[in-house]
Design a protein around this ligand. Structure first.
Ligand SMILES: [Zn+2]
Length: 270
């Protein structure tokens, strides 16, 4: 391990500091889940190709709920087939050792952290395993009803519709995920909890995120302003790497979660 990174991790370990891990699509990509932001995320409706940024919107759900659900049921099936990887496992080990000194904030909706064994997880973009009433009738967040694996061309059926009816009001259930035309909040997406954790962190460990959405970047800036240690794990340059370069205790650990996290966690627990 690079001496500067080792020194930062030793320092955090010695101080028995609080650690916040912020994870994004990069850690899931190593489990085979595509980011759905590139061409692999296109969805054909009639003669048109839709981008994920068009499909994952409240506006589209209002207009074509069956099409949006058909897309999500396919995507959720991809998530279910994926398995957690050594990057996820390293964060479970860190949580088990640090207890309430550890918080995991994730942008991923695939549930891989939970399935790996992480418990203190703030899912700031929601969770594919859950649904809630699209009209907000007060039924609360519940588990996604069971669905068989879907192909891209499988039709949406009347049984699907019945299964996706709100048990309280009979309207549509919606995926419990943050859409591109919606805002972060505490009730559904734990925004304030995530910011509070970041504000108290002695180390922010950023893993596999490009900072494309605004709450992750706010978390990074907050840690930076409070002079927390800042370690960015990513195969590519990104805005968190720039923040880490400017931080007094910052380090850009170039590489993937599977490549870098096991050793980083071992150093924190030494
Ligand atoms: Zn309802």
């Amino acid at each position: 391990m690079e001496p500067k990174l080792q020194a930062i991790l030793d320092d955090v370990a010695r101080a028995r500091g609080r650690v916040v891990a912020l994870t994004g699509a990069g850690i899931s990509a190593e489990s085979g889940i595509p980011t759905f932001r590139g061409p692999e995320g296109y969805w054909v409706v009639g003669s048109r190709n839709y981008m994920p940024q068009e499909m994952a919107t409240h506006e589209m759900f209002q207009r074509a709920p069956e099409e949006v659900w058909r897309w999500y049921l396919y995507r959720f099936g991809v998530c279910r087939l994926a398995r957690p990887n050594p990057g996820h496992a390293a964060l479970v080990a860190l949580e088990r050792a640090l207890g309430d000194r550890f918080t995991l904030v994730t942008q991923n909706i695939d549930g891989l952290h939970r399935r790996a064994g992480s418990e203190r997880v703030l899912c700031i973009h929601g969770d594919a395993a859950h649904v809630r009433c699209a009209d907000g009738c007060g039924a609360g967040v519940t588990d996604l009803p069971p669905f068989a694996q879907r192909g891209k061309d499988d039709p949406f059926t009347s049984e699907d519709r019945a299964r996706l009816a709100c048990p309280s009001c009979g309207g549509w259930l919606r995926p419990h995920v943050l859409w591109f035309d919606e805002y972060y909040d505490e009730a559904n997406y734990r925004m304030e909890s995530a910011l509070r954790a970041a504000g108290a962190a002695d180390l922010l460990l950023v893993v596999g995120t490009s900072g494309a959405t605004n709450l992750p970047m706010q978390i990074g800036r907050l840690a930076f302003e409070r002079a927390a240690a800042l370690v960015d794990v990513n195969p590519e340059e990104n805005p968190f790497a720039e923040l880490a370069a400017r931080a007094s205790r910052g380090f850009f650990a170039r590489g993937s979660a599977c490549e870098r996290l096991p050793a980083i966690v071992a150093a924190l627990l030494a």
